[in-house]
Design a protein around this ligand. Structure first.
Ligand code: S5P
Length: 463
């Protein structure tokens, strides 16, 4: 079907109308599109589904999903035409039984093309994309039949989603005008309206935006995350400095320099050759003076009993000084439970490693899904995850991302780096972890200040 034929049909069937219409937002619009009545015209629906199918034929994806309710029928038609499985999305979450948002047969990291009828601000697409992500699916492409050209595509781009449209409203009115179906005044009114009425995504809709640090603080269920978030907010720093140094004097010296710029200090106690209790006393003093917390990146991974001994006993006595620790869940949740067992009411703060930053990591989508499920099961013990991809957490749990440098790249030992802004816009991070980018720079203090600013700006841009 040609654009011209489509424009005429829309006009003749009254699907697009001109005049004065008050939109849901209260704004007066010179045109109105009601695609819901399209289902009364099977031949237009069929022709449209062919156009949609052709426009995505070369894309690499596994499922079609129509945004409820308006695009459900189109989703089915395209799925039939392309012989690809359809995912049915619920508008309201099911309250009984499985409580599923999505129906169909799919697996984690499958790619989905989402279809909607009309795009204005992009909010419906965004909500639908988030529902897919919650099930670990990838919204590969958002396709709309008509773009009202009011900023939806740009809004979604900012959130990292690729959008395409089949028809643009300006193209449709151009055809109608040049074929004398509408007057010059109606034509111009539409053009003026779309130029002047760019709509932003509603910020009050929590589903559409990432939580702010204040919101995370309100939701937080652990004293560690509460303290950390207070520091983050007060210092305007979402930076964790990874002081991976072998010499305690050097570690303390650099930490003192960067301390005003960081909210969290991460160390590997077992690489410090002269580790002793005096070092811990000095480090604790610095942390109190400058307001940062200490994370021991031990990555506990053993059976419960061994992990317990590594945490409470041995040379480092980690439980006695670390504000938080990192934990692998390769052994299942038993090591998480084991670390919480003690007679003195000590509640550890654990950060789960859900996905590693290295080339060829074995932490695939299924592993991540299981790790996140464990994190959600213990919000009183697990304060966050380490991950390289957007994950939906709860209870104020935080998302930490290492593998950060100003320039993307890979080191000689498989560590992969991305720049700070990408971690916020694409990976959904809350806190950056930066090591060599700071301590190997000529001026660690300046460099920490720079990372602090970039990371804070990247966060404020998204909230
Ligand atoms: O997946 C991970 C998890 C962690 S905790 N990838 C990582 O790099 N880390 C840690 O972050 C790593 O052990 C190191 O301490 C730090 C990154 O250091 P950088 O020098 O590469 O920035």
């Amino acid at each position: 079907m040609q654009l011209e034929t489509f424009a005429f049909q829309l006009f003749e069937k009254g699907i697009i109308r001109f005049g004065k219409f008050t939109l849901k937002s209260g704004i007066e619009s010179p045109f109105y599109i009601d695609m819901r009545t399209l289902c009364a015209y099977p031949s237009i629906m069929r022709d449209l589904s062919t156009i949609v199918s052709e426009s995505i034929r070369n894309e690499d994806f596994q499922h079609i999903c129509g945004v409820p309710y308006a695009a459900l029928a189109m989703g089915t038609l395209v799925s039939q035409e392309m012989n690809l499985p359809q995912i049915l999305m619920r508008k309201e979450q099911k309250k009984h039984g499985t409580k599923k948002n999505l129906e169909g047969v799919f697996k984690a990291q499958d790619k989905v093309v989402l279809i909607d009828d009309v795009i204005t601000s992009g909010v419906s697409f965004l909500e639908a994309a988030r529902k897919l992500e919650k099930e670990n699916l990838i919204p590969h492409l958002l396709l709309c039949i008509i773009d009202r050209e009011q900023g939806g595509e740009e809004n979604l781009k900012k959130h990292g989603y690729k959008t395409i449209s089949i028809f643009k409203i300006s193209e449709i009115v151009e055809i109608l005008y040049s074929n004398k179906k509408i007057t010059a005044i109606e034509h111009q009114a539409v053009l003026n309206f779309v130029q002047g009425q760019k709509v932003a995504l509603p910020t009050e809709n929590k589903e559409t935006t990432r939580p702010t640090y204040t919101e995370l603080l309100e939701q937080s269920q652990h004293h560690f995350s509460k303290r950390l978030l207070e520091i983050v907010i007060n210092k305007k720093s979402n930076l964790c400095f990874s002081a991976d140094l072998n010499d305690k004097t050097e570690l303390l010296k650099i930490t003192r320099e960067v301390a005003p710029h960081i909210a969290l200090l991460k160390i590997h106690a077992d690489i410090i050759v002269d580790f002793d209790t005096a070092f811990i006393t000095d480090l604790k003093r610095l942390s109190e003076e400058h307001g940062f917390l200490i994370l021991e990146d031990r990555k506990f991974a053993d059976i419960g009993n061994t992990a317990w001994n590594q945490y409470y006993s041995g040379h480092h006595k980690i439980a006695s000084w670390a504000d938080a620790i990192t934990v692998h869940v390769i052994a299942g949740s038993s090591s998480v439970q084991a670390l919480a067992k003690n007679d003195h009411g000590h509640i550890p703060a654990m950060i789960l490693i859900s996905q590693m930053s290295t080339q060829g990591t074995l932490t695939d989508a299924n592993y991540q899904k299981s790790a996140v499920a464990i994190a959600k099961e213990y919000p009183n013990l697990i304060v966050g995850i380490v991950s390289q991809s957007k994950q939906y957490l709860s209870g104020g749990q935080l998302h930490f991302t290492p593998g950060i440098k100003l320039q993307a790249g890979v080191d000689s030992m498989g560590q992969q780096y991305d720049p700070p802004a990408k971690a916020f816009s694409e990976k959904g991070t809350d806190m950056l972890i930066v090591g060599r980018g700071i301590y190997q720079s000529k001026n660690p203090k300046e460099s920490a200040a720079n990372y602090q600013k970039i990371a804070w700006d990247a966060y404020t841009e998204l909230t």
